[in-house]
Design a protein around this ligand. Structure first.
Ligand code: GLA
Length: 742
C-alpha cells in the first residue's frame, strides 16, 4: 500500500487497491485536503483539485493573493483565527493568551507497519507488511506548537486510521482545549448522515437524514461513549443502500466524551470532525510534553452500507480485538442476572448451573450480588469482599463446584464504582470523584472512583488480582452503571482539572491492560448498563460487549441491526431471556428469542429450572444448533438484508468465509393476513454453487447462489392467504444453506 510524496507538487497520495487519500502542502504551508474516497490512479500532481477563488468577505492569507484564504482551502488540521471560520481541529491557548495558531508544513516520515498509541486502544498490524504509516509534521514555531498527523493505510482494508500528536516547546504551559483525532473537508454536501442513537434499553437505532447547512452531529458528555449516541457517523450518498452506493464511515476508538460532527458551510463544503469533546477538556502541556489523541478510523465503501460495515467488522475483529479469544468461538453461557437478580444462594446457583450443563451450556456467569452488603443496588461496591453467606466456599469453592459439573466459571464486577457505605470510601475519601466539601451526585446509588489517579488503579488491580488468583475464572463481565458527574479529582491540581475525564478513561484502559495481561486467558465482556460503552476502545481489551439490557427479541432486532453498522457479530452479547420479558412485558416465542440471539455471542439469561420439559428440550436443540453455526456467525461475513427500521420483515444472514455455508434469519413482528408474496434476496453467496437450503420446517430445496441472490429465497408463508398456519406475531424463520460438493 503505497504512500507517495510527489516532491514537485508537494502532494501526498496514500492508497491501496480500494481507497485513496490525497493531501497537498498549500501555498501558505498549511496541509490541504484534495480527495478521500475510492482509489485513484496515481499521478504527479492533482493541483487542479485545489480550489480557491476570490470571494467577498474573505480573510486573505497573503496581501497580494485575493484568492488564497484558509476559509475556502480544504484542510487537514485547521485552526481558528488566521482565516478559517469553521469549527477547528485544534484549539489551544499560549501563555501569552493567544489562540491564533497557524500550522505549517515541516516535513514527513514514512514508517513501516503501524506504531502503537501509548496508553490508548488502537488498530494494529501483526506484520509490518500489512500497513504503512505516514507522519506529517506541522508547526507554528512562533507559538511553540508542533503537530504530527499520523495516517495508516492498510493493505487489506478500505480504511485509514488517523490520530494526532500535539507537542509544545514552551515557554510556560500551553492549554490544549480541543484536539480532534480526525478532520476531513469534503468538497460537497450531497450526503445523508447516519448516526446510531437511542437510550438505555434501546441503544444504537439507525437514524438517517440529509445533510443541511450548519452543524449536525452526535456527542457524549456522559464520561462514557453512552447509550445515547455512538462514537460513529457515516456520510452516504443519497442513493446508498445496504448493498449499493458510496459510504464513508467514521469511527472513534475511544470510550469517553466525544464529538462527531458534520459542519456544512454555505458553499456546501462539509467538514467532518471526530475526537474528544472539547467541553470539559483542557490539557495543559508543559515544554517538551506531547498529547496523543485517540485514534479515528475512516472506512470507504462503494458496496453500500454492508460494504462499509464488513470492513469495520473485519478490521475490528482481527486488528483491534486481541488476545486468546480473538479467533476462538465464544462459549455459550448462562447468566444468572435475570434468573435470580440479587436473591440467590450457592445451592440455587448450582442447581441452575447443573440444569444448564445438562442442556449443553458451557459457561456459568455469576452476575451482580456475590459480594458483601449487596442484596440490592444500594451498596456494597468498592470493597469486593465475598459474601460468605451466599458463597460459603468463596469464589474458589464456587468455581470448583462449577468445574466439577463440567461448567466454566464467569464473574461480574464493576471496578470503577464505590458505594457510600464502603470501607474504601471511609479510608480514601480522596479517591472518589467530587468537589471537596460538596457531596457528589449519586447515580444508581453509587459513586465514581477517580480512575485518573494511579493509586486507585493500583488498588483495584491488586484487589482484583488477589480475588481472582487461584479461582478458576475464565470470563469476566466488567460493568459500569452510571454516567460520570462531579468530575473533580482531589489528587489533581486546580489547573489540571480539565484532564480528569480523559484521564479517567486512560485509567480504565490501564486497568484493563494490566488485568488482561495478568489473566490472558480470561474472556472479558465489557458492559455499561447494557450498551453504554459499546465502542471500539473497549473492543481492544474486551472482544465482546453486553449489547443492551433489553433482551426482548423484537427490540433486539433494531438494537443488533444498528450495532452491526460498525461492530462485528462476535462482539455482540445476545441472550435468550424469560417471558413476559423483564424490560417490556412482551411475550415472544422461545424459538424467536433464540433466532435473534443466535446472531451474537449466544447465551441464556433466565431460570432454566422453572421451564417445562418441552422448553428444556427446545433449548437443548437450540444449543446444539448454536454450536454448529457459531463459527460461521462469529467469524463469517454478516449481511444486513432487510431493516427493522423500514417497517417490514427484518432479515440478515451470515456466510462462511469460503462461501460454503450460510445461516439466514427472517423475522416478522406483526403477523399479516392475505399479504403479498415474499422473497428475500440473499447476498455474499458463490453465484455458481448449488446450495442445499433447509427451511424452518425442515423442507429441503436446492438453488444456485445466483438465483438466491438475484431472485431471492421464496419466503411466502401462511400470511399470503387466510393465514391458518398457526404462526402469530413475533415469528422467526431460520434457513440453513450448505453448498453441495462440486
Ligand atoms: C447492569 C448490566 C446488567 C446486570 C446489572 C447488575 O445493568 O447491564 O446486565 O449485570 O448491571 O447490576
Amino acid at each position: 500500500m503505497p504512500i507517495r510524496f510527489h516532491e514537485q507538487s508537494r502532494t501526498f497520495h496514500l492508497f491501496n487497491d480500494q481507497i485513496s487519500c490525497l493531501m497537498k502542502v498549500l501555498p501558505g504551508g498549511q496541509l490541504g485536503q484534495l480527495y478521500c474516497g475510492k482509489v485513484l490512479h496515481d499521478r504527479p500532481d492533482f493541483d487542479h483539485l485545489f480550489e480557491c477563488r476570490p470571494r467577498p468577505m474573505l480573510v486573505c492569507y497573503f496581501e497580494e493573493d485575493e484568492a488564497y484564504s484558509l476559509e475556502h482551502c480544504k484542510q487537514e488540521y485547521p485552526t481558528y483565527g488566521v482565516g478559517d471560520m469553521h469549527l477547528p481541529a485544534l484549539d489551544a491557548r499560549t501563555p501569552a493568551g493567544s489562540r491564533l495558531l497557524d500550522l505549517r508544513y515541516q516535513g514527513y516520515a514514512i514508517l513501516p507497519g503501524k506504531p502503537p498509541l501509548q496508553g490508548l486502544p488502537a488498530t494494529y498490524v501483526e506484520e509490518d507488511g500489512e500497513a504503512d504509516t505516514l507522519r506529517i509534521d506541522l508547526a507554528d514555531p512562533d507559538a511553540g506548537v508542533q503537530v504530527s498527523l499520523y495516517y495508516t493505510v492498510f493493505r487489506d482494508f478500505a480504511a485509514i486510521a488517523r490520530h494526532a500528536e500535539i507537542g509544545y516547546a514552551g515557554p510556560g504551559t500551553l492549554e490544549l482545549d480541543c484536539a480532534m483525532s480526525l478532520c476531513l473537508d469534503l468538497p460537497d454536501a450531497d450526503y445523508e448522515m447516519i448516526e446510531l442513537t437511542g437510550a438505555w434499553a434501546r441503544e444504537r437505532h439507525v437514524v438517517r437524514r440529509p445533510l443541511a447547512e450548519g452543524v449536525q452531529g452526535v456527542y457524549s458528555l456522559r464520561g462514557c461513549s453512552s447509550h445515547h449516541f455512538n462514537p460513529f457517523l457515516a456520510l452516504v450518498r443519497p442513493e446508498c443502500r445496504e448493498q449499493t452506493g458510496e459510504a464513508l464511515g467514521f469511527s472513534l476508538v475511544y470510550s469517553g466524551n466525544f464529538a462527531a460532527r458534520a459542519d456544512v458551510d454555505p458553499y456546501h463544503v462539509t467538514r467532518v470532525t471526530l475526537g474528544i469533546h472539547p467541553q470539559h477538556f483542557c490539557w495543559p502541556l508543559a515544554a517538551g510534553e506531547t498529547f496523543v489523541t485517540p485514534e479515528a478510523v475512516l472506512v470507504y465503501s462503494d458496496a453500500g452500507l454492508n460494504g462499509m460495515s464488513q470492513t469495520f467488522h473485519r478490521l475490528y475483529r482481527t486488528r483491534l480485538a486481541r488476545g486468546y479469544w480473538r479467533d476462538r468461538v465464544r462459549p455459550i453461557l448462562l447468566n444468572n442476572w435475570e434468573a435470580t437478580y440479587f436473591a440467590f444462594t450457592q445451592e440455587k446457583l448450582l442447581n441452575l448451573a447443573g440444569q444448564a450443563r445438562q442442556l449443553g451450556v458451557e459457561l456459568f456467569v455469576l452476575d451482580d450480588g456475590w459480594f458483601a452488603n449487596r442484596n440490592s443496588d444500594r451498596g456494597g461496591l468498592g470493597d469486593w469482599e465475598i459474601d460468605r453467606e451466599k458463597l460459603p466456599g468463596g469464589l474458589a469453592g464456587f468455581g470448583q463446584a462449577l468445574n466439577e459439573i463440567g461448567m466454566q466459571f464467569g464473574l461480574w464486577m464493576e471496578p470503577e464504582m464505590v458505594s457510600d457505605d464502603s470501607r474504601l470510601w471511609a479510608e480514601h475519601p480522596d479517591w472518589v470523584l467530587g468537589l471537596p466539601g460538596r457531596r457528589p451526585h449519586p447515580g444508581r446509588h453509587q459513586y465514581l472512583l477517580d480512575m485518573g489517579n494511579p493509586a486507585v488503579v493500583e488498588y483495584l488491580y491488586r484487589r482484583l488480582e488477589s480475588l481472582l488468583d487461584g479461582v478458576p475464572v475464565t470470563y469476566i463481565k466488567w460493568d459500569m452503571n452510571r454516567s460520570i458527574s462531579d468530575a473533580w479529582s482531589r489528587s489533581t491540581e486546580a489547573a489540571r482539572q480539565g484532564t480528569v475525564l480523559h484521564r479517567y478513561i486512560l485509567g480504565v484502559y490501564a486497568l484493563y491492560d494490566r488485568l488482561t495481561k495478568r489473566f490472558p486467558q480470561i474472556l472479558f465482556e465489557s458492559c455499561a448498563s447494557g450498551g453504554a460503552r459499546f465502542d471500539p476502545g473497549m473492543l481492544f481489551y474486551a472482544p465482546q460487549c453486553w449489547t443492551s439490557d433489553d433482551t426482548d427479541a423484537v427490540e433486539r432486532l433494531s438494537i443488533q441491526y444498528g450495532t452491526s453498522m460498525v461492530y462485528p457479530i462476535s462482539s455482540m452479547g445476545a441472550h435468550v431471556s424469560a417471558v413476559p420479558n423483564h424490560q417490556l412485558n412482551r411475550v415472544t416465542p422461545l424459538a424467536t428469542r433464540a433466532a435473534v440471539a443466535l446472531f451474537g455471542t449466544f447465551g441464556y439469561e433466565l431460570d432454566l429450572t422453572k421451564l417445562p420439559e418441552a422448553e428444556k428440550q427446545a433449548i437443548r436443540e437450540q444449543i446444539t444448533f448454536a454450536k454448529a453455526w457459531r463459527q460461521v456467525v462469529q467469524f463469517g461475513t454478516f449481511w444486513r438484508l432487510q431493516s427493522p427500521f423500514d417497517g417490514g420483515d427484518t432479515a440478515w444472514m451470515a456466510v462462511a468465509p469460503d462461501g460454503s455455508s450460510a445461516l439466514v434469519g427472517v423475522y416478522r413482528v406483526l403477523q399479516q393476513v392475505n399479504a403479498g408474496f415474499r422473497r428475500v434476496r440473499l447476498a455474499g453467496l458463490d453465484p455458481v454453487r448449488l446450495y442445499r437450503v433447509t427451511g424452518p420446517d425442515g423442507a429441503v430445496s436446492r438453488h444456485y447462489g445466483d438465483e438466491l441472490m438475484q431472485v431471492g429465497l421464496v419466503t411466502s408463508d401462511g400470511s399470503c392467504g387466510e393465514n391458518k398456519t398457526g404462526e402469530g406475531d413475533f415469528t422467526a424463520w431460520l434457513y440453513q444453506l450448505e453448498a453441495e460438493k462440486a
